[in-house]
Design a protein around this ligand. Structure first.
Ligand SMILES: CC(C)(COP(=O)(O)OP(=O)(O)OC[C@H]1O[C@@H](n2cnc3c(N)ncnc32)[C@H](O)[C@@H]1OP(=O)(O)O)[C@@H](O)C(=O)NCCC(=O)NCCS
Length: 294
């Protein structure tokens, strides 16, 4: 497109970008103002700006979650400049950048009804890795049930999670709201250290486990993993509301595989009307190498 330049973001882009992100989603606004400061300071990935005739009109972020694991987020085009191919051009630049980084996998998450994003992803060869439902909920005051996992629990909890249906349905990913990370022992150790893992015991064994990561973009607590029988899932899902309150957060959320888990957490008080479908897309290293990018 004539007049369109794709370049690294600069601190001076802030005002123009935050201005067009004010009402990205009518009922919500946008989380870009919350994360702009640390995105611009993040040297591990790349924050790309689309500039049209000297004016910033779009952004897209590549984030390094762990060695070889890349996450795409924050794709935005100024509403006044949509439907002209700007997102398409930015996505190509994102893929060129990502390919140079030689990751093991690159992923992103979008709303199930986001037709533009899903269309672009599928044209570029991204595969669906997981379908989930994201719920939001007010924090509530009550006692948390279960025990925080400690170091000596890690082995057992690790095996319990690896063998869970939840992890199979998410292709091995744990939700931090709208960001999904590969589950592995290092991640579990970090969550245990931060007191984000609760275990329910049953007849001397592990009966249920939940992980409650911090959702950085919205500043809330997420139920990012839960496993157990129906009663355990209910207790662990309610815990998220209580833990959020205990940590002085006003909100919590839950990102749960649509199949088999969504209905179960609705029994814990999460309301379907306060939820949205999520789709996580993924490209592996081989897919990236095969990709034709002009
Ligand atoms: C999604 C968004 C980035 C698209 O930006 P854009 O510059 O208008 O998109 P483009 O003009 O490059 O179009 C890209 C593709 O999406 C399609 N598309 C664009 N808007 C669409 C819409 N509202 N519904 C369906 N398809 C749409 C285009 O037809 C095009 O597909 P094609 O290549 O097959 O023709 C922009 O609408 C936006 O900022 N939305 C709000 C934030 C958001 O949803 N971000 C993504 C979160 S994961």
């Amino acid at each position: 497109m004539r007049g369109l330049t794709l370049r690294d973001a600069l601190p001076a882009d802030r005002l123009a970008i935050l201005d067009f992100c004010k009402s990205t989603w009518p009922d919500y606004g946008d989380y870009i103002p919350r994360v702009w400061g640390h995105w611009i300071a993040d040297t591990g990935g790349r924050l790309i700006v689309a500039e049209l005739d000297g004016r910033p009109v779009g952004i897209g972020k590549i984030t390094h979650l762990s060695p070889g694991e890349l996450w795409l987020e924050g794709l935005r085009v100024d509403p006044r400049y949509r439907h002209r191919g700007i997102a398409r051009a930015m996505n190509l630049e994102v893929l060129r950048t990502v390919r140079r980084m030689k990751p093991r996998a690159v992923r992103f998450c979008t709303g199930i009804n986001n037709r533009a994003t899903r269309r672009m992803a599928e044209k570029q060869g991204f595969r669906v890795a997981a379908r989930l439902r994201y719920y939001w909920q007010k924090a509530r005051k009550a006692g948390v049930r279960g025990d925080f996992a400690v170091k000596r629990d890690i082995e057992g909890v690790h095996d319990f999670i690896l063998n869970s249906r939840f992890l199979r349905l998410t292709s091995g990913l744990i939700a931090e709201g709208w960001v999904f990370r590969e589950f592995n022992r290092d991640l579990l150790e970090a969550y245990v250290e931060e007191k984000r893992v609760i275990v329910l015991a049953k007849s001397g064994a592990i009966g249920g486990v939940a992980i409650y990561p911090f959702e950085e973009n919205d500043g809330s607590l997420t139920l990012g993993f839960v496993e157990g029988d129906d009663a355990s899932v209910k207790v662990l899902a309610k815990n998220c509301m209580y833990l959020a309150r205990a940590r002085n957060l006003s909100d919590c959320s839950a990102a749960i595989p649509s199949r088999g888990y969504a209905r179960r957490i609705e029994h814990a008080g999460y309301r379907r009307k306060d939820s949205e479908g999520q789709v996580v897309y993924e490209l592996g290293r081989r897919d990236l190498e095969r990709l034709f990018i002009a």
